[in-house]
Design a protein around this ligand. Structure first.
Ligand SMILES: Nc1ncnc2c1ncn2[C@@H]1O[C@H](COP(=O)(O)OP(=O)(O)OP(=O)(O)O)[C@@H](O)[C@H]1O
Length: 261
């Protein structure tokens, strides 16, 4: 288990929800994290990008206490919760009971659940069964379940990856609103550079076990993809991730065009 941040340490922990220093982690002979550092201030939204297999989910699992580390130190806010790519609802519990999983089901708790479901736009589905929900609705329930815990740290592991493009946009807007209102610290793992830039105060990139970039996102809110500076930031991140997002302009394209002219 990582140690809990209690605000009494020698470092300035009172303002941090996450403080990972020099973390090393291997699976067998494969080093995944090598001297990985990440600090997240309370109330701050950080997006973690990186190639597939670079170790993003491993970072989240370490913060959840599901993986031990080999070296370094990890301090984390004790009140933390996670939303995964799939909502992980319990099939034989209705929506409001799913929101209250692990909580005492008092009348006051039920009121909190109703309020949270209202916040995510699901007041009309309080007693629905999980199998009757769309993917977007199920993720809203997962968000409501996270909200009722009033986490100091909200971990989001590609929470929109399984949703269609339009639902994804709506969910991004919802998460931006909820985080603005509740102000948890957030660590969002995503493959989507636009999503990172739309939501985060800071973007960090994991490469070869360490941070290849730790960059503030100097865009106002609410945000959209047409904001001045958005496109330039997007290019910068794609370049560091080693991605060229031109479609149809591979190395062959000019020669083929030339041959046809
Ligand atoms: N329990 C485990 N045992 C052995 N190897 C593991 C284990 N968990 C993860 N790995 C390996 O560690 C590496 C990092 O995995 P991780 O899931 O953290 O990457 P990721 O950046 O989240 O990837 P993706 O973007 O594809 O989800 C991968 O090579 C993975 O196969």
């Amino acid at each position: 288990m990582p140690d809990a941040i209690d605000g009494n340490g020698g470092r300035d922990h009172g303002v941090l929800a996450v403080d990972m220093r020099g973390v090393g982690k291997s699976f067998g002979a494969s080093p995944i994290l090598r001297g990985f550092d990440l600090a997240i201030e309370r109330g701050s939204f950080v997006a973690l990008l990186g190639a597939s297999g670079s170790g993003k989910s491993t970072v989240l699992r370490i913060l959840l206490g599901l993986e031990d580390i080999d070296s370094g130190s990890v301090l984390v806010a004790p009140n933390r919760t996670v939303v995964f790519q799939d909502a992980r609802l319990v099939r034989n519990l209705d929506v409001s009971a799913n929101v209250l999983i692990g909580q005492k089901r008092t009348a006051a708790a039920r009121q909190v659940a109703v309020r949270a479901l209202h916040e995510v736009g699901l007041s009309h589905r309080l007693h629905a069964w999980p199998h009757t929900l769309s993917g977007g609705e199920a993720q809203r329930v997962a968000l409501a379940r996270a909200l009722v815990r009033e986490p100091q740290l909200l971990l989001l592991d590609e929470p929109f990856a399984a949703l269609d493009a339009l639902t994804r946009i709506r969910m991004q807007q919802l998460v931006a609103e909820l985080c603005d209102r509740h102000q948890p610290a957030v660590l969002l793992v995503t493959h989507d550079v636009d999503e990172a830039l739309l939501l985060a105060d800071r973007v960090v990139i994991l490469r070869e076990g360490a941070l290849a970039l730790d960059r503030p996102v100097p865009l106002g809110r609410p945000r959209n993809r047409n904001a001045p500076g958005f496109a330039a930031l997007r290019q910068e991140l794609l370049q560091i991730l080693g991605v060229n997002d031109d479609v149809g302009a591979g190395p062959q394209a000019p020669a083929i065009r030339g041959a046809a002219e």
